[in-house]
Design a binder for this molecule. Structure first.
Ligand code: DAH
Length: 510
């Protein structure tokens, strides 16, 4: 059966429609087309949605779909497919380029600190596992490749889990010395006020050409230090207690000298400190505009880190409202990535940061779901042209929590409890076939409840002393950001959620 719709709708309706369709039938193909924006209202789009339904009880988390077309590109799906239509439909939103959207304003603020860097804001989110993992040196058994953590369309195709997926291609294109990539990224994850399965990252990189330095009669380190001198100075308090590299904890690569890494690290750290100063001065302006705020000096610190694609590596943390907040990851690019990308003489750094986290503190936005709101009470509060102002919550609607308790299937309780990760095998197990993973509960909650689930938390867990069966209890917090939910509505959602847990995970309700 094929159903075609030609309709004008806002994205709330798009989400609702996709959720309804995924519940009502098993779509063998769902076409999520490119949007045509109505210039008077960027959140209204006219769109053609074609859904083919097959009589099957398999949910989108299963694998009844045969192919999927997203904005004109068609992908064969297989037993690795675990991407629900609601996630695919979010691709069209492109929040980071919507006029006056807080993520867009945040992006532009950061971009403005990197003059001359080429910006990429339209890179397509569906990438190969090679781009997302292999090209960056992720080992074959890395946990990030798991179906419980990553959205797959098929064994070799995923929704990018980070903007680093485009590093190798951007190095290969070799258009500019510096670049910035901003994009939506996708991860199966917990549900709470700071996690949403789709969020936005910015990737940045700056490289130098060893051969050009030699031709100019300089060492690579000298050339880089000359560029360090061009970065604006700041007077903030930076803690950086560790040496630029450490043989055991944060090693130099064979292809780099200590002098080179010191210069690269200095350029990287100074560039990113400059970004932090810009962000936190703006945040201060915003919070001053929203009322009194403590006038604390900005404090930042560098900590050693590990990423498969950089060495040495660091994270930058900022002291904000009483806590050290991790703002970004970065490091010296693994030379093998540049060599494999056909630019073996280039040497440099890369960083990646999450835009939502920064925008949330810039504007005091309390819940990550708000970024997806099409409610004018949210959107009208942000303007690229006016000074930054703190977000004023338009209302706090009541929350209502409900618990669901269930016994795991005997096989999965033996294999491990909440948080257990199924081993990666070449044959992708079906969702009900692999060991229980909490992210599957999260995915089902999102699919059934959409934006009205605020938080899902494990509140109780025990193993029956006689049978050895494991029981889990999750607390689902229901709250809409835009209206008061009725009792009937939350009861209905909770009942559907309970049924779906049984159907998809094979658990037994208690
Ligand atoms: N891709 C990393 C993540 O998603 C962030 C990151 C860390 C990007 C270090 C980088 C980097 O380019 O050098 O967590």
């Amino acid at each position: 059966m094929t159903i075609s719709f030609d309709l004008t709708f806002d994205n709330g309706i798009r989400h609702a429609l996709c959720t309804a369709l995924s519940g009502a039938c098993s779509a063998s193909a769902i076409f999520v087309p490119a949007r045509f924006f109505d210039s008077s209202n960027p959140f209204l789009g006219s769109c053609f949605l074609l859904v083919e339904c097959k009589p099957s009880s398999k949910h989108a988390l299963g694998h009844a779909q045969k192919e999927v077309t997203v904005e004109g590109r068609t992908y064969k799906t297989d037993e690795w497919m675990n991407t629900p239509p609601t996630i695919l439909s979010s691709i069209a939103r492109r929040l980071h380029v919507q006029p006056d959207h807080p993520l867009n304003i945040t992006r532009q603020l950061i971009q403005s600190r990197f003059p001359g860097y080429k910006t990429h804001n339209e890179l397509f989110p569906i990438v190969s596992t090679h781009q997302n993992f292999d090209s960056l040196g992720f080992p074959p058994d890395h946990i990030g490749r798991s179906r419980t953590d990553t959205y797959y369309l098929n064994k070799e195709t995923v929704l990018r889990t980070h903007t680093s997926a485009h590093q190798a291609d951007t190095f290969r294109a070799n258009e500019t010395e510096g670049y910035l990539i901003t994009a939506d990224v996708f991860r199966r994850d917990a549900i709470d006020r700071s996690h949403y399965p789709v969020f936005h990252q910015m990737e940045g990189s700056r490289t130098w050409d060893r051969k050009t330095a030699e031709k100019d009669g300089k060492t690579l380190a000298q050339v880089i230090w000359d560029d360090v001198a061009k970065i604006p100075k700041h007077d903030i308090n930076v803690e950086d207690p560790n040496p630029p590299h450490h043989a055991a904890r944060n090693p130099l690569q064979d292809t780099h000298t200590a002098d080179e890494v010191e210069a690269i690290a200095a350029h990287l750290k100074r560039s990113l400190e400059d970004v932090v100063v810009a962000i936190f001065s703006a945040a201060k302006t915003a919070s001053d505009a929203g009322g009194p705020s403590a006038d604390e000096p900005l404090q930042v610190r560098w900590v050693e880190a590990y990423f498969p694609f950089t060495s040495p590596s660091w994270e930058l943390e900022v002291f904000w409202q009483g806590d050290w907040l991790e703002v970004l990851g970065c490091g010296v690019v693994q030379q093998s990535i540049l060599t494999n990308a056909g630019v073996p003489d280039r040497v440099g750094w890369a960083f990646g940061l999450g835009l939502e986290r920064i925008a949330m503190l810039l504007y005091s936005i309390p819940d990550i779901r708000l970024f997806w709101s099409t409610d004018a009470r949210f959107l009208s509060q942000f303007s690229a042209a006016s000074p930054m102002k703190r977000f004023v919550p338009f209302s706090k609607y009541p929350a209502c929590f409900k618990d669901v308790s269930f016994w795991l299937k005997t096989s999965s309780s033996a294999a491990g409890g909440a948080g257990h990760v199924a081993p990666l095998t070449s044959a992708a197990p079906t969702i009900a076939g692999h060991a229980f993973h909490e992210n599957d509960v999260m995915e089902i909650a999102r699919e059934v409840c959409g934006e009205v689930v605020e938080d899902v938390r494990l509140v109780d867990e025990f193993v029956h002393p006689k049978t050895g069966r494991k029981s889990l209890c999750y607390r689902i917090n229901y709250r809409s950001l835009e209206r008061t939910l009725t009792n009937e509505e939350t009861n209905g959602l909770h009942e559907r959620l309970r049924r779906q847990l049984v159907e998809e995970l094979g658990v037994e309700l208690r």
